[in-house]
Design a protein around this ligand. Structure first.
Ligand SMILES: Nc1nc2c(ncn2[C@@H]2O[C@H](COP(=O)(O)OP(=O)(O)OP(=O)(O)O)[C@@H](O)[C@H]2O)c(=O)[nH]1
Ligand SMILES: [Mg+2]
Length: 598
């Protein structure tokens, strides 16, 4: 697999050098946070170019087999029962090797041949594993690609599914595996519609596997069906139909349908990958340069003011900052209060539901046939509780999402107001100061909030879904009853108790989800406040310290700042041109890859 295109390599080198120049200017201006961000985050990210491809899908659809086919060897265990229990990273290595990163944070080398012991549901060591990394000499991995095999998303294990979900936003491409024999089930459509964040939809590629089980006309029909339905969820879905098993056993890439997919992936990796990576880096560079420009401008302005005037203005900005921090603390108080209110509401709803359901049960049981009671009581109880939890989950999610939107807005407004004060007191007369706080932290905060729906969805589908197995011993009594009247009498006596226990088990989990969410929202506000405070304080301190320096030649210093601003302008111009080149000069030959393939 080739590295970046020559043209992209050139742009990358130019961007790295531009970022280095910005970092040096920032260091010269005493802006250590900004310089550190460039040196320790942005530059290494661009240098490293690591690209991650995650394989997702319901269990038994053939994810691990598909990964094996890409590697050209049966590296990962596959099987007809739910098999994969851990996240498995595949990276390039000259010779096969593997290591397990354990839950306790340590890691240990493992023998690639005994992977089953570590990664499968029945594996003796699986419980200790956080994730497994396998090194394999496969071409497809060579160019800093990490392939990630995941446990099935419908697996009834909440913790595992949560880990899998968390991989989606962090990945560059998501391969969504469908089973050719049962393509695009309702559960898969629901997952795609409701559980994948909008901005992650662009990176989905669909693989319909097990094509060898389909006749030619069935293949065409399956493709048509999938395309029709996927189009309703995603614009121009990219879809491939193939047989990983055939590719793996015969090595026949063309006959198995694997060839076109591999060609697509290679092309994506060599063309799109570079473009996406470089575009993000240019955006980062320009944003940070803008930040530096504002700061240099503020310094120039402070030279024009008398020291007394400057001190008075800085004092006003600081007072504003203290006020804003106070407001942000109040916002946090509000989050706690709202979360408590939502929790109280859930407790009340749950009590109401439990009481109403228990009261209705005896009549329901009387009306039913004894044989049906024996057979259907358990699923009936389970389904009723689950559907209540679903509804309540939707209500809670809506309430919390609204709260989150409001909190994000208020927080942003406060940040903006503080910035506006800085601009009014210290902004250079000729430029509009639009300071930014640490957007990375913002992004993380907003993502964490976006994942909320997932939490509740998983909770309802896995935890509540399996709830009644806890109550199974009680139900077993019913199943063994002999006489109709006995069965009903037992059912009436026991069922309400089962319901009460199940509902009691639901409550703390609901509370925990709400608390976790409130915690994340609160962290977001803290991060915004800290970034604001740190960013502005650093700037004020530098401006004042410089101005207080004895014997400074103000005119010479102003000329120096002007020169720095000029250099910065040249760098910004350069980055803008590089960015344009990314989208124009390569445009003809490498327009985005066809969004539809088979
Ligand atoms: N006929 C056929 N069977 C396949 C193909 N790919 C996978 N299978 C079979 O499907 C079953 C499941 O395959 P896995 O690769 O373990 O599926 P998975 O999605 O990783 O399953 P989990 O790890 O449980 O989530 C196995 O019996 C495979 O042999 C294929 O292309 N054709
Ligand atoms: Mg698997």
């Amino acid at each position: 697999m080739s590295a970046l295109l020559p043209e992209h390599k050139e742009i990358k080198a130019a961007l790295l050098s531009a970022m280095d120049q910005i970092a040096r200017l920032a260091e010269g201006a005493g802006m250590s946070t900004l310089a550190g961000d460039l040196r320790h985050v942005r530059i290494p990210k661009l240098e490293e170019e690591r690209f991650s491809v995650v394989v997702l899908g319901e269990f038994n659809h053939g994810k691990s087999t598909f990964v094996n086919a890409l590697l050209g060897a049966p590296v990962l265990p596959a099987g007809i029962t739910p098999t994969t229990a851990t996240i498995n990273h595949l990276v390039y290595a000259e010779t096969p090797c593997a290591r397990a990163v354990l839950v306790d944070g340590t890691s240990c080398a493992i023998e690639p041949r005994s992977l089953a012991e570590w990664v499968t549901i029945d594996g003796a060591r699986t419980k200790e594993v956080q994730y497994v990394e396998v090194g394999w000499p496969a071409e497809i991995l060579r160019d800093r690609v990490t392939l990630v095999d995941t446990p099935g998303v419908n697996d009834l294990n909440e913790a595992r599914a949560e880990i899998t979900y968390n991989y989606i936003p962090r990945s560059d491409v998501v391969l969504f595996l469908l089973d050719g024999a049962q393509a695009l089930k309702q559960s898969e459509r629901a997952f795609l519609e409701q559980r994948i964040l909008k901005r992650s939809k662009d990176k989905l590629i669909f693989i319909i596997g097990k094509a060898d089980l389909l006749a030619q006309d069935e293949r065409e029909e399956t493709l048509r069906y999938c395309r029709k339905h996927l189009q309703q969820i995603i614009d121009n879905p990219v879809i491939f139909l193939l047989s990983a098993k055939q590719a793996l056993t015969t090595g026949d890439l063309e006959g198995s349908g694997m060839g076109p997919f591999v060609a697509y992936l290679r092309r994506y990796l060599s063309e799109e990958r570079g473009r996406v990576l470089l575009d993000n880096a240019s955006a980062d560079g320009l944003r940070l340069a803008g930040y530096l420009r504002q700061n240099l401008g503020i310094k120039r302005r402070s030279l024009q003011l008398s020291l007394e005037e400057l001190e008075a203005r800085v004092a006003r900005v600081r007072a504003e900052l203290v006020g804003k921090q106070h407001t942000l603390r109040q916002i946090q108080g509000r989050i706690t209060a709202e979360a408590e209110a939502v929790k109280a509401r859930v407790r009340m709803d749950l009590d109401d539901f439990t009481a109403a359901f228990c009261a209705a049960l005896p009549d329901e049981i009387d009306r039913a046939d004894a044989a049906d009671v024996r057979k259907y009581l358990q699923p009936f109880l389970q389904d009723t509780i689950k559907s209540w939890a679903e509804q309540e989950g939707d209500r809670v999610a809506a309430l919390l999402e609204r709260l989150a939107e409001e909190i994000i807005q208020i927080t942003n407004e406060n940040v903006q107001q503080a910035m506006a004060t800085v601009a009014a007191e210290l902004g250079p007369a000729d430029t509009q100061v639009e300071l930014t706080v640490d957007t990375l932290k913002y992004d993380v905060g907003i993502f964490a909030i976006g994942a909320l729906g997932t939490g509740i969805f998983l909770f309802v589908n896995t935890f509540v879904g399996g709830l009644l197995t806890m109550a199974a011993p009680i139900i077993a009594v019913l199943v063994h009853g002999r006489i109709a009247s006995q069965i009903k009498a037992q059912a009436k006596e026991q069922a309400p108790e089962v319901v009460r226990r199940a509902c009691a088990a639901v409550a703390p989990r609901f509370m925990q989800i709400i608390d976790d969410f409130a915690g994340r929202l609160s962290d977001f506000v803290t991060a915004a406040g800290e970034a604001l405070h740190r960013g502005i304080s650093e700037m004020l301190d530098r401006a004042l310290a410089e101005r207080r320096m004895q014997g400074m030649d103000i005119e010479a210093r102003d000329r120096e700042l002007q020169e720095q601003l000029q250099v910065l302008g040249t760098i910004e111009q350069h980055i803008t041109e590089l960015r344009q080149r990314l989208w124009t000069s390569l445009g003809d030959s490498t327009d985005s890859p066809p969004r539809s393939a088979s």
